[in-house]
Design a protein. Structure first.
Length: 665
């Protein structure tokens, strides 16, 4: 039976050039890659054809919606692999693709060199070259056409003059400007790039509950109280202040202190039980202040180079206005009551999840997108989204896609501690940054394995990690048991492994480490359920150390991106070593961390000297930015030793030393 393949005419029209293996490309072009303003998109492709003709290859790119393409010639690497790059200069979306064509002039020039080297008669070949140059002149504007005609005439004169003309680099440059592209092949996909603001690539987050910013124990904090915190947070080097939900809190089934089921009249409840008589997702808790107070907070933060990030949790308390106004947006149980949230065996009677498969789905989706739009109008540009993996993928693709088209500077952080493929899918669908498993990666081998995956595989083109050593929900065993060295080491790891990192701020500064019960990652006296008062003047507070680490991040561009993270051999499983550098090699940072929070550890660390631009047989300097100490190293292997009770990490700036000229001082 005859096959259903392409017709002979279709095959003939396809051309002889093959373009495949284009990277970066996410799921055959289904999803865009991600970059920030000023970042390059490095594109590689396998490009080849039958026979021996030379090829020309170009990378095409443009701002999405533009009518004309820009082109950059691609350079041949090895084994039919080609590469070129362009820089994203504007927010929004770009498009790119690859095109290639047989290049008769380059074929002629290559073969002519071989014939000359073999001392063959090239008279006919020079005439062939003249014809090719004249054809290029016909495609060129008047000025360049005249120059090309002069070259063609030279090729038709005596052989000596013709040889000089054929070898002139300017001739090759001119002809390449006006190629014969009649047999051009264009890659069959146009690929997209989402270009985000620089803060999507490099940011430092501080999470704080506004209601716990009062200096008076027992008094509910306000936006004005938080406003007074901002200069101190800015001085510590944070540029995003993230607020859990700031809306009215329901009273029905309100949780008490330490998540007890029977709340007292004075208990403030969980901010994630959103909605009450005062309003829902577009209202602020009256004890925090007014919308005007919130807008003033946003403006005051921005004056300090801080963006306010809001938590968006799509769920409702039983007292939310939606429950009465739109009961069809919630799932009913057989007894007629609304289904509350569950994660068996846990029950959350104070929270009703939305039914995203309701028959009134369109209205629900538009209303929820409208919540983002409302807070955008109040000046918010960064959103941390609670549990997005429990909402439909198509909802996020539609919501984030439509919002980003109108507001390309928005940043969405996905709080999805779930299966890896689900986390990746959310990132592909539009989330700008993502929480990770960092908090639970404590051994050397698993840190190396995990971050190699995030930074050296296809994931790096769509998944931007944001590393948090703690959150209001996560108090790891390491922080519970490791003391001050653990808090310092985990902060250094987060701040240097990731260009984006954050801390649940007050709890981290004051090293909160007592769990609600053994084996739990919940805090005792968690401010998720009660007011807290914080004393940052304690002599053991980590604020100065955190500020110092953040200053190092801001002063060293190598720590402001993730793509060039590399791990290095160090022969001690309790020590981990890795470097980051800028693409031009002007800034290199080597970090060594003691993963043992109790004992001094030492070893020898190996550096790839050539890769880091360091001399093979001359000394170079490593300057510890944490302690101020400097060391002169030589060769690939050098000794390190870290006492966790003194300083659990090195953050070295690695520098080649000036060459010695043989003269004294």
């Amino acid at each position: 039976m005859a096959g259903k393949g392409r017709s002979a005419e279709m095959v003939q029209q396809a051309g002889r050039v093959v373009i495949e293996g284009v990277q970066p490309e996410i799921d055959c072009g289904r999803f865009p890659i991600k970059r920030t303003i000023g970042e390059a998109v490095e594109v590689e492709a396998d490009v080849f054809m039958d026979g021996h003709e030379a090829l020309a290859c170009a990378l095409r790119f443009r701002k999405k919606g533009a009518s004309r393409w820009s082109e950059i010639p691609m350079e041949f690497m090895v084994n039919d692999r080609w590469r070129a790059a362009f820089v994203c200069t504007d927010l929004g979306r770009y498009e790119y693709t690859v095109c290639a064509w047989p290049d008769p002039f380059r074929t002629w020039s290559r073969d002519l060199e071989k014939r000359i080297a073999a001392d063959q008669d090239i008279a006919i070949d020079l005439l062939i070259g003249a014809d090719l140059v004249e054809a290029a002149a016909g495609r060129a504007p008047a000025r360049d056409a005249a120059r090309l005609q002069r070259y063609a005439a030279a090729l038709r004169t005596d052989v000596g003059l013709a040889r000089q003309a054929a070898a002139d680099p300017e001739l090759n440059r001119l002809v390449s400007l006006y190629p014969d592209r009649s047999r051009e092949t264009v890659y069959d996909r146009i690929l997209d790039v989402v270009v985000d603001p620089p803060r999507a690539r490099f940011s430092t987050w501080y999470e704080v509950f506004p209601r716990s910013t009062s200096d008076t124990p027992g008094r509910h904090g306000t936006f004005a109280d938080l406003e007074r915190w901002l200069p101190r947070i800015a001085d510590m080097g944070f540029d995003v202040v993230y607020l859990p939900p700031i809306h009215p809190i329901g009273r029905t089934f309100r949780k008490g202190a330490n998540n007890t089921l029977n709340a007292r009249e004075s208990d403030v409840g969980s901010p994630w039980a959103i909605g009450g008589p005062e309003g829902g997702h577009r209202a602020v808790h009256p004890e925090l202040g007014t919308l005007d107070d919130f807008r003033r907070l946003v403006d005051r933060a921005r004056a300090l180079n801080i963006e306010i990030a809001l938590d968006i949790a799509f769920q409702a308390s039983p007292d939310h206005p939606y429950v009465k106004e739109h009961p069809e947006w919630f799932r009913k149980r057989p007894d007629g009551t609304i289904q509350y949230a569950e994660n068996p065996p846990k029950k959350y009677q104070d929270i009703y999840p939305f039914d995203f498969e309701t028959k009134n789905q369109t209205a629900l989706w538009r209303e929820l997108r409208g919540i983002f739009e409302f807070w955008i109008e109040q000046g918010v540009r960064i959103f941390r989204v609670d549990n997005p993996h429990t909402k439909p993928f198509p909802f996020w693709e539609w919501t984030i896609g439509t919002l980003k088209r109108k507001y390309p500077d928005l940043i969405f952080l996905s709080e999805a501690f779930t299966r890896p493929k689900v986390m990746y899918r959310l990132a592909k669908l539009g989330f700008t940054q993502s929480y990770t498993y960092f908090a639970w990666r404590v051994h050397k081998w698993e840190i190396e394995q995990y971050f190699t995956e995030l930074t050296q595989t296809a994931a790096r083109d769509f998944f931007r990690p944001n590393l948090w050593p703690n959150t209001p929900d996560i108090l790891t065993e390491t922080l519970q048991q490791g003391g001050r060295p653990a808090f310092m080491a985990r902060l250094v790891l987060a701040a240097t492994l990731g260009a984006n990192y954050g801390i649940y701020g007050p709890a981290y500064e004051l090293m909160e480490h007592i769990p609600r019960e053994p084996g739990s990652e919940e805090y005792l006296d968690s401010e998720k359920y009660q007011l807290r008062t914080w004393n940052f003047d304690r002599p053991d507070a980590l604020g100065p150390f955190i500020a110092h680490v953040n200053r190092i991040r801001h002063e060293n561009p190598a720590l402001q991106a993730d793509r060039l993270l590399r791990f290095h051999r160090i022969d001690n499983e309790r020590l981990i070593a890795y470097s980051k550098r800028t693409p031009d090699g002007s800034n290199t940072i080597l970090t060594v961390v003691n993963l043992d929070t109790y004992w001094t550890q030492s070893s020898w660390v190996e550096l790839p000297l050539a890769e880091l631009g360091l001399p093979e047989n001359a000394p170079y300097r490593v300057h510890d930015l944490l302690t101020g100490e400097s060391y002169e190293w030589r060769g690939a292997w050098n000794y390190v030793e870290l006492n966790p009770h003194r300083m659990p990490a090195h953050i070295f700036r690695v520098e080649a030393m000036p060459a010695w000229d043989g003269h004294g001082a």
